[in-house]
Design a protein around this ligand. Structure first.
Ligand SMILES: NC(=O)c1ccc[n+]([C@@H]2O[C@H](COP(=O)([O-])OP(=O)(O)OC[C@H]3O[C@@H](n4cnc5c(N)ncnc54)[C@H](OP(=O)(O)O)[C@@H]3O)[C@@H](O)[C@H]2O)c1
Length: 334
């Protein structure tokens, strides 16, 4: 039995590529006291990982690539964990076997996955970190009210597809912005009222305005960049803007984020712009997961996964997600 790991080979300057990681083989580790050994079954690839690849962001060359995963417990030195149980944690990393410390606090805690309730990989998507981002980012930061016009960027992705549906459940009119017609079809199929393909729309600000007469009340932004600028021009009075991500500029680490200065629009509308990090809401995780599960059981929450097979393809899965080739949550099945 050997362990395989994707380790950082070089820090990325712009887009990650084949030379960013290298595959290494080693011994399977053994858990120490109150630890478990997990055989990885699923790995998540997420836009936040691009930030980890920057020099000075905490990862050294040779470190195992960090990331969330789901796996089966194959050895346990922890009284509350049995061999055969399924574990989910954000510290699994891109490796076939991982030693985890279940008692870590906050978001580093290892969670048991109830495979009777949903397939195990749901713990990495709609019943995991992306689901919590959509839930708290939309409901607590966006604070949607019935009749509000809500715009979601990266609308067909892991987070966006859920954020839009949560806004629909709150009684809003929802506009999704994404980068392909196939993605827009999916958004329409799950209830978005209007969709915009930002790659095909010459005047994005005018199109947002057409879709949101009277202005945008809630903007759930996962992209930054030109989409952000176009929506900010259309804010309604007392709008709420949730800055959830900047995937459009993620490859330009260190560069200035130059774009529209929205200050006059913010003064005129008294809008509130709030940065969002899901881990600040981790203490309310159970409440959110219960509601997401209830909506799913009632048929009001749908989601798509985009699955790449094989441990050898983890970097490929990450790169295709960053390019926008994924539809729904990008996962890797080992
Ligand atoms: N703050 C938090 O706590 C938190 C937690 C989770 C996620 N997030 C953020 O939420 C956003 C979405 O994450 P996700 O996991 O749901 O990823 P995702 O939407 O499933 O995948 C990333 C998507 O980004 C879009 N994209 C890539 N380059 C782009 C560009 N130049 N301009 C516009 N869109 C571009 C692509 O879709 P298109 O085809 O539509 O371009 C791609 O499919 C990311 O910014 C992520 O960092 C934040």
């Amino acid at each position: 039995m050997k362990n395989c790991q994707w380790v950082l080979a070089s820090h990325a300057q712009d887009e990650a590529n084949e030379t960013t990681w290298r595959l290494v083989e080693g011994e399977v580790p053994h858990p120490g006291g109150r630890q478990i050994l997990v055989r990885t079954q699923w790995l998540s690839v997420d836009p936040y990982m691009r930030g980890k690849l920057n020099a000075g962001a905490g990862m050294q060359v040779g470190d195992v690539m960090q990331g969330g995963g789901v796996g089966e417990v194959v050895e346990s030195q922890h009284p509350d964990w049995k061999v055969g149980e399924i574990a989910e944690g954000l510290d699994v990393g891109w490796q076939k076997y991982a030693v985890l410390t279940p008692d870590r606090p906050g978001a580093s805690k290892v969670n048991k996955v109830d495979t009777g309730a949903a397939p195990p990989q749901a713990a990495l998507s709609w019943l995991g970190m992306p689901g919590l981002t959509a839930y708290f980012g939309m409901l607590d930061v966006g604070r949607p009210r019935p009749g509000d016009k809500v715009v979601v960027s990266a609308a067909a992705g892991a987070v966006g597809q859920l954020a839009g549906q949560i806004a629909k459940l709150a009684g809003c009119r929802v506009v999704g912005i994404a980068g392909s017609d196939q993605k827009l079809d999916w958004c329409k199929a799950i209830g978005f009222d209007e969709t915009i393909n930002y790659k095909k729309t010459p005047d994005l600000a005018a199109e947002v305005g057409r879709c949101c007469p009277g202005g945008v009340n809630v903007f759930f932004d996962g992209t930054g960049g030109v989409i952000h600028d176009a929506v900010m021009k259309n804010l309604a009075m007392a709008a709420r803007v949730a800055i959830v991500g900047r995937v459009a500029v993620a490859n330009k680490a260190g560069g200035d984020d130059i774009g529209l200065r929205a200050s006059s629009r913010l003064i005129a509308t008294r809008a509130v712009v709030q940065g969002f990090v899901v881990y600040d809401w981790w203490h309310r995780r159970e409440e959110a997961l219960q509601r997401l599960a209830n909506w799913s059981m009632a048929g009001s929450l749908k989601f798509r996964e985009d699955i790449v097979n094989g441990f050898e393809n983890v970097p490929h899965a990450f790169m295709r997600m960053m390019r926008g080739d994924n539809l729904g949550k990008q996962l890797v099945r080992l």
